[in-house]
Design a protein around this ligand. Structure first.
Ligand code: NDP
Ligand code: 8X3
Length: 258
């Protein structure tokens, strides 16, 4: 029987790349997100390309009832789960606290923190029953150090860091691995979403930089997921070559090359 991975936010960016990587390696892949058209296009593509089973579930991670209904459907389609990747997330806006937009705050907190919790609450008991499984939370360098105007987004990623540590403690007796992958700058739809569709502003973020690609994160997730049973990466921070942390990076042109 093939192994099963469940990925939130698989309609673009890291989640999509992780779905492709694990499908290619023969996993049954459960892809989720709100955009049904993209989800079903990806399901068809992966099934045709790799001959694996793909379960597509359309729901909003912010809604605990939708999450519960989708996970009921997931359990109808498979009786096990090997990996949960809590990836769905976003930044919305970039401003100082005193000028922050309350709706942006709600969206980030509800998606990045509460969505991750709702999913974990549904899937951790399955893993506990199996006494086996791996939860991979996508954090961020923004969850390690705070940057100017990053306030609430950073706070949600600090929360992901805390919840990853807490989940590892709670799941320890059951042999469940819990890993945080904390990427730095990566060119996905992240900035387009943060800047609400402003393509020029989004593209500007990566001007003169060679950022991480979604496929880099997929390869790292694969590495973390395929270590021997007794080995667990707890926390992994990864940036492109010219980034130190969420505060400091240089442009490619500033790099000294012989
Ligand atoms: P993308 O915008 O490309 O992908 C985000 C994914 O999350 C989409 O599939 C989107 O699907 C899904 N999503 C967002 N909101 C919801 C929701 N309410 N319910 C269900 N799914 C949702 O960005 P990335 O791939 O870059 O982001 C993935 C994760 O990586 C996020 O947690 C982000 O914070 C984190 N990250 C990103 C970095 C970067 O620089 N790109 C660096 C560090 C961390 P849909 O819209 O269809 O619902
Ligand atoms: C995304 C990376 O630096 O834009 O988490 O916050 S950053």
């Amino acid at each position: 029987m093939s192994k099963v991975i469940l990925i939130t936010g698989a309609t673009s960016g890291f989640g999509r790349a992780i779905a492709e990587k694990f499908a290619k390696e023969g996993y049954t892949v459960c892809i989720t997100g709100r955009r049904a058209d993209r989800l079903y296009a990806l399901k068809n593509e992966l099934e045709a390309k790799y001959g694996v089973k793909v379960i597509a579930l359309t729901f909003d991670v912010r809604d605990s009832k939708q999450v519960a209904a989708a996970m009921d459907e997931f359990r109808k389609q498979t009786d096990r789960v090997d990996i949960l990747v809590n990836n769905a997330g976003l930044a919305s806006g970039l401003s100082t606290i005193d000028e922050g937009n309350l709706e942006d705050w709600e969206v980030m907190i509800d998606t990045n923190v509460k969505g991750l919790l709702y999913m974990t609450r549904q899937i951790a008991p399955m893993m506990r029953e199996q006494t086996n499984g791996h939860i991979i939370n996508i954090g961020s360098t923004a969850g390690k150090s705070v940057y100017k105007n990053g306030n609430v987004y950073c706070a949600t990623k600090f929360a992901v860091d805390a919840l990853t540590q807490a989940t590892r403690i709670d799941m320890l007796p059951y042999g469940i691995k819990v890993t945080a992958i904390n990427p730095g700058m990566a060119e996905t739809e992240f900035s387009l979403v943060r800047f609400k569709g402003d393509e020029e502003r989004a593209a500007n973020m990566y001007k003169g930089v060679r950022p991480l690609r979604a496929e880099d994160i997929a390869d790292i997730a694969w590495y973390c997921a395929t270590l021997p049973p007794h080995v667990c990466i707890n926390d992994l921070t990864v940036t492109c070559l010219t980034q130190v942390n969420s505060v400091y990076h240089i442009k490619e042109a500033e790099r000294i090359v012989k």
